[in-house]
Design a binder for this molecule. Structure first.
Ligand code: PLP
Length: 382
């Protein structure tokens, strides 16, 4: 039996051609293809600027840096995410604060965000979990009232829409990931979309060692053509032209990829709704259209405690399910920071009952039918 992964990239001949072309050119590191990718990406998500970076994690770090978030500052995020969301704030010396989630979606609960705001708060960092936009309208309003930034972790949500607008055109900064399981891939890679020129410029400097050659920025006259200045403590977070070529080629297929993910989600919904013991993710509405990065089901009622057995039974027949995510505050590193079990009960319950079913462009109808039939059988027999 062939294994069905929970997610998989879709690479076609045109992607391979685009990459091979760069390999025969003079530029391998950040060059004209990165610029072309950034422009196409900004256009796609409806932002003035996009900065390409070496990963979604680097994108988060660059965004916190650009916002000037550092020691003594707090960011308010949610526990149901990949740890990078708050790790990158820790690198800046900032303090992560968590608000609990809305169990229907896995996304941050704006009411709990309000309770967590202190004088030290600088930014709200919602995650668009599973590709479904967070309640961005309410979060923006809370941010406005308290003079906070919204830095949206949309690593899972490229191609999603909120109130008709593309994700990437709403928050002060929106971060994306191009890891192979995400909406499009560059191998590793990420980007930040923003309308703010100052943020854009700070991120450009940050990803290249904090270095500038811009005459308007230099603190003194150039000592010669070689002259540059390191003005910030930056990193090497550049994307390569090889990766950017793949990104440009993949971006052209974004709407097709999302459409395919949506069709898979609709088929799951149709086949699984009414099945006892499971709660399905919310369907798309006029207000929110998910990028369907995940299809997260939750176990309820008498089978809620049998997640491990159900997960194992699916894996044993080659169905690559996953669990998203271990709540960040329960990782040993965060426990050392003072977090402990029991403080975010909704996130913890969500984690304990969740299973992500396979969803990705290229998942065949036949394979999906197999997933559905197997799940139905396991739930019946368990
Ligand atoms: C994937 C992901 C990241 C990290 O992105 P990388 O490109 O793997 O560094 C951050 N946050 C969320 C919510 C993610 O899903």
């Amino acid at each position: 039996m062939t294994a069905i992964p929970y997610s998989h990239q879709k690479i076609d001949a045109d992607d391979v051609r685009a990459v091979a072309e760069v390999l025969r050119s003079d530029w391998l590191t950040q060059g004209p293809k990165v610029q072309e990718f950034e422009q196409a990406f900004a256009r796609t998500v409806g932002a003035r600027f996009a900065v390409a970076l070496s990963s979604g994690t680097a994108a988060l770090h660059a965004a916190y840096f650009a916002a000037g978030i550092g020691k003594g500052d707090e960011i308010i995020s949610a526990p149901i995410t990949f740890p990078a969301t708050t790790n990158a704030a820790l690198w800046q010396g900032a303090t992560p604060v968590f608000a609990d989630i809305d169990e229907r979606t896995g996304n941050i609960d704006p009411e709990d965000v309000k309770r967590k705001i202190t004088k030290r708060a600088r930014a709200i960092v919602p995650i668009d979990y599973s590709g479904l936009p967070a309640r961005l309208g309410e979060l923006r309003e809370i941010a406005r009232q308290h003079k906070l930034l919204v830095i949206e972790d949309a690593a899972q949500a490229l191609g999603a829409r909120y109130r008709g607008k593309m994700i990437g055109s709403i928050s002060d900064m929106t971060i994306f990931s191009f890891h192979p399981v995400k909406s499009i891939t560059t191998g590793e890679g990420g980007a930040v979309a923003t309308d703010r020129k100052d943020f854009y410029e700070r991120m450009c400097i940050f990803r290249t060692h904090g270095v500038t050659r811009d005459l308007r920025r230099l603190t003194k006259k150039k000592e010669g053509p070689w002259y540059f200045e390191m003005q910030e403590l930056g990193m090497n977070y550049r994307l390569t032209d090889i990766q950017a070529a793949l990104g440009i080629s993949q971006l052209k297929k974004l709407s097709r990829f999302i459409k395919e993910r949506r069709e898979i989600a609709e088929r799951y919904h149709h086949a699984l709704s009414g099945l006892e013991g499971i709660i399905l993710p919310l369907q798309d509405t006029q207000e929110m259209q998910s990028a369907w990065h995940l299809y997260p089901i939750r176990l309820a009622g008498s089978i809620a405690k049998k997640r491990a057995a159900i997960f194992k039974a699916l894996r044993e027949v080659g169905i690559g399910v996953q669990v998203h995510h271990i709540p960040v505050h329960l990782h040993p590193y965060y426990k050392k920071l003072g977090f402990h079990t029991g403080i975010f009960p909704r996130a913890e319950r969500f984690y304990e009952s969740e299973i992500s079913l396979p969803i990705f462009p290229g998942l065949t109808f036949k394979d999906q039918k197999h997933v559905i039939a197997t799940l139905q059988r396991i739930l019946r027999d368990i």
